[in-house]
Design a protein around this ligand. Structure first.
Ligand code: CP
Length: 338
C-alpha cells in the first residue's frame, strides 16, 4: 500500500482526499482479515500511550477505540469525567494538557460542544507538541470514525471480495431522520459524496432543512480548498417511500431527544409512521436494500425492532464490529506518519 497519509490529527472528513479513504479502508480490511485465533496483539503501537477523553457518554466509539489501541499493543488510559478534576473546575483543554504532560501520543476526544477537539489540536500546535487529536464526536459538527465505519460497511456490502470506496460511485444512499442534530450525518455527507455517491436526505423540514443540499459546496472556515474534485450530489426528499425506492442503501439516524429544541416533532409515533423503517416500508424498494444506523437505536422510533433484529437487512452489528479495524487503521496511520 502506498503511504500517502499526512494527517497528524483527524478532526473533520472535509480534509480527506480519496487516497485517505482508500488508505483507511484497505488497512482496516487487512486488520479485519487477521484470524481471531493465534497472536492476539500486533506490536505497531508498543510503547505508545493512547488516552480516551470522553467528556460526553459513549458505548461503541470509546470501547472500540480502546480495543483497537490494545490490539495494537498501546498503553491505554480511560478518562472518566465523573471521577475527574473536571468537577473541581478544570477545563477540557487543561485536562488534555495533563495527559500530554504524561506523554500521550494520541488523545481521542469527544465533547458535546462543537470545536473542542480542534481547539485542543490548535493549542498543541501553538505549544509545538506532537500529540495527535482524534475527534470522536464534537457537538453537531463531526464524527469522522463513525462515517469511516459506515463507508467501510457499505463498501464491503457492495463488494465483499475487495474493499474500495470507488464502489460507491453512482450509488444513492438515503440518510433518514434527525440530520439537523447529527454529526454522523455531516461526516457521512463528506465521505459518501467524496466517493461519488449521491445522497438523498429524508425527513421533515424541521429535522432536514433545505440548506443541507449545499452542505459540501464550501469547505469549513479555515480550510482553503476541497481535496475532492468531483463530489456526488445531495438532494432532499420529504417522502420515505420515494427516498427508499431510489436508494441502494439507507442510513437511519437516532432522534436526539437530548439535543432537540421544543416543537421540532409533533410526536414520536407520527415520526415512526412517516420516517421510521419497518418491513412494510422496505417493500417500497424495488431492490432489497441494507439498513444502517450508527447507534444507539431507539427501537420502534427510527426503525422497528423486527428490522433491527433482521440480520439479512440490518447491518448495525456489522457496523459495530467494523468499528474496531477502522479505528485500528486510524491509530496505525497516525502513528506511522509521526
Ligand atoms: N455511534 C456512536 O457514536 O455511538 P456511541 O455514542 O455509543 O459511541
Amino acid at each position: 500500500m502506498k503511504q500517502m497519509w499526512k494527517h497528524n490529527h483527524v478532526i473533520d472528513l472535509s480534509e480527506f482526499s480519496l487516497e485517505d479513504y482508500i488508505s483507511v479502508l484497505e488497512l482496516a480490511n487487512r486488520f479485519k482479515s487477521i484470524p481471531k485465533s493465534g497472536s492476539r496483539k500486533l506490536p505497531a503501537l508498543q510503547g505508545r500511550f493512547v488516552a480516551t477523553l470522553f467528556f460526553e457518554p459513549s458505548t461503541r466509539t470509546r470501547s472500540s477505540f480502546e480495543l483497537a489501541a490494545k490490539k495494537l499493543s498501546a498503553d491505554v488510559q480511560t478518562f472518566s469525567p465523573s471521577s475527574s478534576s473536571l468537577s473541581k473546575g478544570e477545563s477540557p483543554l487543561d485536562t488534555a494538557l495533563t495527559y500530554v504532560a504524561m506523554g500521550a501520543d494520541i488523545l481521542i476526544v469527544r465533547h458535546s460542544s462543537t470545536g473542542v477537539p480542534k481547539q485542543i489540536a490548535n493549542h498543541l500546535k501553538m505549544l509545538g507538541k506532537q500529540t495527535s487529536i482524534l475527534n470522536a464526536g464534537d457537538g453537531l459538527h463531526s464524527h469522522p470514525s463513525q462515517a469511516l465505519v459506515d463507508l467501510f460497511t457499505l463498501a464491503k456490502f457492495f463488494n465483499p471480495e475487495e474493499v474500495n470506496p470507488s464502489i460507491l460511485k453512482g450509488k444513492t444512499i438515503a440518510i433518514i431522520g434527525d440530520v439537523l442534530h447529527s454529526r454522523v450525518a455531516r461526516s457521512n455527507l463528506w465521505s459518501l459524496t467524496a466517493c461519488g455517491a449521491n445522497v438523498v436526505l429524508c425527513g421533515p423540514p424541521s429535522l432536514v432543512p433545505e440548506e443541507f443540499c449545499e452542505f459540501t459546496k464550501t469547505p469549513p472556515p479555515g480550510q482553503l480548498e476541497d481535496p475532492i474534485q468531483h463530489r456526488g450530489q445531495i438532494s432532499i426528499s420529504r417522502s420515505l417511500k420515494e427516498a427508499l425506492n431510489k436508494s441502494d442503501a439507507a442510513i437511519t439516524l437516532r432522534i436526539q431527544k437530548e439535543r432537540m429544541a421544543e416543537n421540532l416533532l409533533s410526536d414520536l409515533d407520527t415520526y415512526h409512521r412517516e420516517f421510521g423503517i419497518n418491513h412494510k416500508h422496505l417493500k417500497f424498494c424495488s431492490n432489497r436494500i441494507p439498513v444502517l444506523h450508527p447507534g444507539p437505536v431507539n427501537r420502534g422510533i427510527e426503525m422497528s425492532s423486527e428490522v433491527l433484529d433482521d440480520k439479512e437487512i440490518c447491518l448495525v452489528d456489522k457496523q459495530v464490529s467494523n468499528g474496531i479495524p477502522i479505528r485500528m487503521a486510524l491509530l496505525y496511520l497516525i502513528i506511522a506518519a509521526k
